[in-house]
Design a protein around this ligand. Structure first.
Ligand code: SF4
Length: 389
């Protein structure tokens, strides 16, 4: 009879996520929780954020803050400082905390970036997406490749020595060579960290209409695999270390905040639509900007969903997310934390993936090979629910 997982309690150091839902324009593929920038609404929103942080603060240790969006770089540096100060007042923030601000290149100036740094931001993450102007136009992005390069230089001039760039692959009309030319451009610039995402076009995305109108097509699936493998191999050669399916970094400069999501960590989210996961409870805030502000003003809960995860769900989440990491699932840690011997229980189902070269089992861990990362969902499906037999 299958036993349920038994979790050993530990108290992880928190990550703090702050959602900034404003954008200068809405990109034609975007499915995030965001809206058009409105200065008055932004002022009221930041006030609400400060109140929520104060409300939820309990002095617990925290060592990361991540401003995500949306376009957090649309905030004024003084507003970013007020949020960081509120986090310091409400939590025991580590002196060497990683404080990341997502930024769009078109919002960057040397002075603004310097002011963000003075406010306490330690790391910038630029949404570059492509170093080819025609691709940026197809995605309705507001910046050009030249502007992205300039923003990166401005970040350096402002003193940022930890900068991440996002790129998206499998764009409409993009060939493998064109994608790899963007990867080469990124390597030439030399950020400390890079995230490579596959473009996913949701059902009602305006980009779908644009593609139909302009007869733009996507490269075949096999090309998407070639794009991924080709990019990772170039980044390897350039000295980056892949640590997660979509992320590479210079040694020691992995995103500490995002690692919490993949390492069975705990985090609190502030702002509309933000998620929190702590002590086996998952919460989601109200999505609408105005409804979120109204709940804060009225003193009513800002959470629209709250779910206590079962032990099995916590175990599954821990294994899924750890499989995204190149270091994989540590079997001893999982046994200590959940009382489950992963290989004993799932080994027979996992063995075919090992035989196909998608998974490595070395006695102490299981981890996906790079080929296995292309089909990660197939491996992860083994862990949904109790083992097959
Ligand atoms: S800038 Fe980012 S969050 Fe804003 S609309 Fe574009 S993709 Fe979405």
């Amino acid at each position: 009879m299958a036993r349920g997982p038994r979790r050993i309690a530990v108290a992880p150091v928190l990550g703090l996520y702050v959602h900034i839902p404003f954008c200068s324009a809405i990109c034609n593929y975007c499915n995030f929780n965001r809206g058009l920038f409105d200065a008055d609404q932004k002022t009221r929103y930041v006030r609400a954020l400060l109140a929520e942080i104060d409300r939820k603060g309990d002095g617990s240790p925290a060592d990361t803050i991540f401003f995500g969006g949306g376009t957090p770089s649309l905030l004024e540096p003084a507003e970013v400082r007020s949020v960081i100060d509120a986090c310091c007042a409400a939590f025991a923030l580590a002196p060497d905390a990683e404080i990341t601000l997502e930024a769009n290149p078109e919002t960057a100036t040397r002075d603004r970036l310097r002011a963000f740094r003075d406010a306490g931001v330690t790391r910038l993450s630029f949404g570059v997406q492509s170093f080819r102007d025609e691709e940026l136009l197809r995605l309705s992005r507001l910046h050009s490749a030249g502007r992205a390069r300039e923003a990166f230089q401005q970040a350096r001039d402002a003193g940022f020595d930890n900068v991440s760039l996002d790129l998206m692959m499998w764009l409409p009309q993009q060939s493998v060579e064109q994608w790899l030319s963007s990867v080469d451009a990124l390597i030439a610039i030399g950020p400390e960290h890079a995230s490579l995402y596959l473009l996913e076009i949701y059902p009602n995305a305006p980009l779908r209409d644009a593609m139909a109108r302009s007869q733009w097509s996507l490269a075949p699936d096999d090309d998407a695999a070639e794009m991924y493998l080709g990019a990772m191999s170039r980044l390897d050669d350039a000295g980056y270390r892949q640590y997660e399916i979509s992320n590479v970094a210079r040694e020691g400069l992995e995103s500490r905040h995002n690692l919490k999501y993949w390492s069975d960590g705990e985090w609190l989210g502030f702002g509309c639509g933000a998620h929190s996961t702590r002590s086996g409870v998952r919460e989601k805030n109200i999505s609408s900007i105005e409804d979120y502000i109204a709940a804060i003003v009225a003193g009513t809960p800002v959470e629209s969903d709250r779910r206590v995860l079962t032990e099995q769900e916590r175990f599954e989440d821990a294994v899924f997310t750890a499989l995204r990491l190149t270091r994989g699932v540590n079997l001893e840690e999982t046994r200590a934390r959940y009382g489950v011997d992963v290989w004993d229980r799932y080994g027979e189902d996992l063995r075919p993936f090992v035989d196909q070269g998608m998974l490595i089992y070395d006695g102490g861990a299981i981890r996906l090979t790079r080929d296995g990362m292309l089909l990660a969902n197939e491996v992860m499906s083994i862990f949904i629910g109790p083992p097959v037999r």
